[in-house]
Design a protein around this ligand. Structure first.
Ligand code: BES
Ligand code: ZN
Length: 630
């Protein structure tokens, strides 16, 4: 406990309470004060004064595309502290008062890129401050959709994306993953829209407030990293999937969404059997309109999902297992800084695969792990085995808030944990990991802290084991340690033969349609990157690739086809890019087009002019850089 400020006591509360916990019983989570836990992407100085709790009271204004109202912040401060620094980006702050309504002086500093601007409040002795504000016109966390961008086509829609540092564009608080906060919210919206958030729903039907508006109230009584505060509002409905699981989506999407998510309750049970109780009460999902920029986002109690994971056969529900796994790795034990994103994403990718094994069996899990291993190898080869971006613990220069290269943060992170599992045995490893989540529940984590915990509780001074694990090399060195656990080479035996046969001039594999999604992806990803037009035409015709209903397969194909300037793929690529805004699909396709000289650049410019207004700021931010827009 020496690492924590003594004043920051941990007050335990019952697991989940139905309502908004009284202030005296709210849990205050500790912060880390070691240098490796210092978040350079936040202005907060939590060792002086930190936010412990946020009460939001906001109106959604779909005409102005803003949220407007108040954020009341409870503060824990070192004795005599007179100031608190918050994060903000583009917020229009009307004023700050103490709990008695007395105005408090504030200074908004200069804006610095993604970090935004510090808001320094001269709070004096006040330990609760109330910020009256509205979000700016281009708040990057928020996407305000027109009715045309929804499945129903009748009503507007709002969705948010907070990770990593976007919530400061709509909530004035200390936006750092190591500064956990409980929160409540009261949100008003025009009827018939419903509002959902990443906490307990206190007013399922909402309460009427004035003509044509309703208020919805929420509470998160366990301290969470502020990037996990999330909101969605639209013409949405709910369907239960199990006793504590369910799905929100637009009515037109409900049947397909519920069918794809049918295994959710079993996944929660499998996850609990692996690494301990699910501590967040309900586990619901919301299947969003297709402009959502990510595959999924692990917002507590309410995972946000892209509709592009719906394939009709549950073949892409690894995404759901992934977001669920974050309920332990990420939401319970949280990277203190974005330089240690691997502690969230690598652990989660490992855990995801264990859930997939428990529900769908070892064959599918082995195949998906082998695909992930390939993604790691591609990243290592692309970045270079000695490049610092291939470290798990990123250096200050590489520790971008977005968290680095996914093939490293996600896949090398997972391979590391799989390597430990293989060395110490599954039983011992699982017992350790379960105890790790318990020991560090509701706390921030750093690479050094994890290694210290692993040494204290797993290695326990066994020098031979210490040597076999190569822990420091895995976490702090670039490249790939020699003890790496490699995937079973037989995982894709048939597919790899088909790749060899096709590469040698043979026909496309006749068995393709019967293959698993992982097998199809392995095949497409392992084909020679340069293919002649007639060979592409053969593949397209025999395997119906341009009309694939599985978006991962469609994406892998379109990327290969466009990289070979295969004209018949242009129309399906245009349709795909106009149909959704998931950055993982959108960005590489534009990059590929851009890399193909004037042929591709003309297509990219034409398509982007049409699709840009439909994408979320997360996606346009990345694509703009490729196309040199702005
Ligand atoms: N937490 C991430 C999404 C994220 C990461 C948002 C970094 C902002 C910054 C989420 O859990 C995730 O990893 N999503 C993946 C899905 C996955 C199965 C790898 C995605 O969106 O593709
Ligand atoms: Zn994740």
């Amino acid at each position: 406990m020496r690492l924590f400020l003594a004043a920051f006591a941990l007050v335990a509360t019952a697991c989940t309470t139905a309502g908004d916990a009284p202030r005296e019983t709210r849990m205050v989570a500790p912060i880390l004060t070691t240098p490796d836990a210092r978040d350079t992407h936040s202005y907060a100085r939590p060792e002086v004064a930190r936010v412990t709790h946020v009460d939001l009271d906001l109106a959604l204004d779909f005409e102005a595309k803003r949220v407007e109202g108040t954020a009341a912040l409870d503060i824990l401060a070192a004795p005599g502290a007179q100031e608190i620094i918050l994060d903000s980006k583009g917020l229009e702050i009307a004023g700050v008062t103490d709990a008695n309504g007395r105005a408090l002086p504030l200074v908004v500093g200069a804006e610095d890129g993604a970090k935004g601007a510090p808001v320094t409040i001269r709070m004096g002795d006040a330990r609760r401050v109330i910020v009256r504000y509205r979000s700016g016109p281009d708040a990057a966390a928020l996407q305000w959709l027109t009715p045309q961008q929804t499945a129903g086509g009748q009503h507007p829609y709002l969705l948010s994306q907070g990770q990593p540092t976007l919530n400061r564009t709509w909530i004035p608080t200390q936006d750092s993953p190591g500064i956990r906060q409980t929160w409540t919210a009261r949100i008003t919206a025009p009827e018939p829209l419903k509002v959902v958030m990443s906490g307990d729903r206190l007013t399922p039907e909402g309460e009427p407030v004035g003509p044509g508006r309703r208020a919805y109230r929420f509470a998160m009584n366990q301290p969470v990293a502020p990037y996990l505060i999330a909101i969605a509002a639209g013409d949405i409905a709910f369907r239960p999937l199990g006793p504590r699981t369910g799905v929100w989506t637009e009515p037109a999407m409900m049947d397909r969404a519920a069918a794809e998510l049918a295994d959710t309750e079993r996944m929660v049970e499998a996850a609990e059997a692996l690494y301990g109780p699910y501590r967040w009460g309900r586990y619901d999902s919301i299947v969003l309109p297709p402009s959502f920029p990510y595959g999924g986002m692990e917002n507590p109690t309410l995972t946000f999902l892209t509709p592009t994971f719906i394939a009709g056969d549950k073949s892409l529900v690894g995404l759901v297992a992934h977001e669920l796994a974050h309920s332990w790795s990420g939401n319970l034990v949280t990277n203190a800084t974005w330089a240690d994103s691997w502690l969230n994403e690598g652990f989660t990718s490992y855990f995801e695969n264990r859930i997939m094994e428990a529900i769908y069996g070892p064959r599918r899990a082995r195949q998906e792990a082998a695909l992930s291993f390939d993604d790691m190898m591609s990243a290592l080869n692309e970045e270079g085995m000695t490049d610092s971006t291939t470290r798990l613990n990123l250096t200050a220069a590489d520790g971008k808030p977005e968290g680095g290269v996914s093939g490293i943060v996600y896949d090398k992170g997972a391979v590391f944990l799989r390597t430990i599992e293989r060395i110490v045995g599954r039983e011992r490893w699982d017992a350790y990991l379960r105890s790790y989540f318990d020991r560090h529940a509701f706390q921030p984590m750093t690479s050094a802290r994890f290694l210290a915990d692993l040494r204290a509780n797993l290695v326990q001074g066994d020098a031979a084991l210490e040597q076999r694990l190569m822990l420091d090399q895995w976490v702090y060195q670039p490249g790939l340690p020699s003890n790496v656990a490699r995937p079973d080479p037989a995982a894709f035996a048939e597919v790899d033969q088909a790749v060899a046969a096709f590469s040698a001039g043979g026909p496309p594999p006749a068995s393709f349609q019967g293959w698993t999604t992982a097998e199809r992806l392995r095949f497409l990803n392992r084909l020679p990157r340069e293919l002649a037009q007639p060979r592409l035409a053969e593949l397209d015709r025999a395997l119906s690739l341009s009309t694939a209903g599985n978006n991962e397969v469609l994406f892998a194909w379109l990327n290969l086809a466009l990289a070979n300037r295969y004209e018949p793929a242009v129309a399906p690529a245009e349709r795909f890019l106009a149909s959704m805004g998931r950055r993982k699909f959108v960005l590489p396709l534009f990059q590929t087009l851009w890399g193909e000289g004037e042929w591709g650049r003309a297509i990219a410019r034409r398509v982007y002019a049409q699709t840009r207004p439909t994408y979320h700021a997360v996606t346009t931010g990345s694509v703009d850089r490729v196309l040199g827009v702005r």
